[in-house]
Design a protein around this ligand. Structure first.
Ligand code: DOR
Length: 466
């Protein structure tokens, strides 16, 4: 690790990280307690009350004394969580690096508390081959920090016709397949995709949209679209695909996952399917939980997303489904677009909004309102998406790899463009006050993001020469 006399020591220069008096939550072991957590190297060394009695004692924790210790002092408000996992991110590399690239996107992910993100394949060119999948894996590893897990396309060029070489894609590092941005509408192609993907144990993530029903649509179809004179995207375009795919998942017994679920009807279908043991899972985005189509009244292009923002009744169904586990996880669908694609007429604007750096405060807002229990939210942002991706979950327990997210749930801040690391600033939350801030993100024992100094968490940091 670099160390330089010409700059103050940074937390990445330390061998031992100590979190004193944090509220640590690990839903997999029902841990929710005020404890000390001591990280040494890549590993969580101790978890428990008074695990870090004194800094002097720390020298004994892992061998010879003189280790460099980064001490996060007693901070009763802080939450220490297993590293957050985003199943649905658009990083735009290769091909649209003016919107985002691996460095900016993974930096935004770390700032948002994510230790792991899965990158969707709708890049230019599409990630439908092993060369791109491997490039993403290698390049992101070289960057360090938040880990990238590529999702490769289901069909060549995301055209919905010819299946990709899934064995190759899996060997190159793909953890799932998806044509996200487009739906696999042909039933025969979807059936074969499920069968083929299941031979490699790859989940199939579907963007549920019957394109024949959404041609020219700018927003959700309802009273608001009628009022605005805009062509609508009816709920049934999502429901029809979810219903058909559930039937195919039951038939093939393949792992099927619904991306960005948004309708009351899709939730009902999913709940019924799950009650019969069909292998289906689903994710919901913070924006589909929080925003409605009423925001389109001002033709705000930042609110144009696919699927579109729905109505209050849909949001209520999504809350209930997230709370009861019908919806497995929360995913950001971080979709960066530049001003070229957003500072224009609504009809010309690209759909999507950024989400990595706003997920934690927005979702904590739902916790503060009593809509989602905190334990359930943490599960939906950690173990649940990791399981769907077939990856080991981050844990807070002795001996586990140190993948951690430290959050101040009561820190208030205003969302402004200059606070966001993403290259793109397309979010309707600009200018809004939010509560909840990511303080640190630790990936395999290395600090990937650190705002602790700003928040006054690091007064007792002690550096000792090695
Ligand atoms: O709003 C969206 N934007 N939904 C998608 O499915 C794709 C995404 C994008 O790539 O911009």
């Amino acid at each position: 690790m670099p160390s330089s006399a010409s700059r103050p020591p940074s937390s990445s220069d330390y061998d031992v990280l100590v979190f004193r008096g944090v509220r640590a939550i690990d839903p997999l072991s029902n841990l929710d307690a005020i404890v000390d957590v001591v990280v040494e190297g890549k590993v969580i060394k101790r978890v428990g009350p008074n695990a870090a009695v004194s800094l002097a004692g720390l020298a004994d924790l892992g061998g010879p004394g003189g280790q460099r210790v980064f001490d996060v002092p007693h901070a009763p408000r802080a939450l220490l969580l297993p590293g957050l996992f985003d199943l649905h991110t658009h990083l735009r590399e290769p091909g649209q690096e003016y919107k985002e690239d691996l460095e900016s996107g993974l930096g935004a992910a770390a700032a948002g508390g994510f230790t792991d993100v899965c990158a969707m394949p709708n890049t230019r060119p599409v990630n439908d081959n092993r060369a791109i999948t491997e490039m993403l894996s290698y390049k992101s590893r070289a960057l360090g920090g938040t880990r990238l897990h590529p999702i490769a396309a289901i069909t060549v060029g995301q055209k919905g016709e010819v299946l990709t070489e899934m064995a190759d894609l899996k060997a190159g590092g793909a953890i799932a397949v998806s044509d996200d941005g487009y739906c696999v509408t042909r039933s025969d192609v979807m059936r074969r995709a499920l069968e083929y993907a299941s031979t490699f144990d790859l989940p199939v993530i579907q963007h549920c949209e019957d394109h024949a029903l959404t041609a020219g649509a700018q927003m959700h179809e309802g009273a608001m679209s009628t009022k605005l004179g805009l062509r609508g995207w009816p709920r049934v375009a999502e429901d029809i695909i979810v219903a058909r795919d559930v039937i195919l998942a039951e038939y093939t017994r393949a792992k099927y996952h619904v991306a960005h679920i948004s309708t009351l009807g899709a939730v009902r279908i999913l709940r019924e399917a799950k009650s019969r043991g069909v292998p289906v899972t689903a994710e919901v985005t913070p924006h589909h939980l929080l925003l409605t189509d009423a925001l389109l009244l001002g033709y705000n292009t930042a609110c144009k997303v696919n699927p579109p923002l729905r109505e209050k009744g849909d949001l209520e169904a999504l809350y209930e489904a997230l709370a009861d586990g019908t919806i497995d996880c929360v995913a950001t669908d971080h979709a960066p677009h530049s001003s070229l694609e957003k500072d224009c007429d609504l009809t010309d604007a690209s759909p999507g909004m950024i989400g990595l750096e706003l997920c934690v405060p927005l979702m904590l807002g739902l916790v503060h309102k009593g809509i989602v229990p905190l334990q359930r939210l943490v599960h939906a942002l950690t173990a649940a998406p990791a399981k769907i991706a077939g990856l080991p979950p981050s844990r807070i327990k002795e001996g586990a790899e140190a993948n951690l997210t430290l959050v101040d749930p009561s820190a208030e801040w205003t969302v402004t463009a200059d606070r966001l690391r993403s290259k793109s600033k397309n979010t309707p939350f600009l200018g809004q006050n939010v509560t909840g801030m990511v303080v640190m993100t630790i990936v395999s024992g290395v600090v990937a993001f650190d705002a602790s100094a700003k928040l006054g968490y690091e007064q007792s940091r002690q550096a000792r020469p090695k």
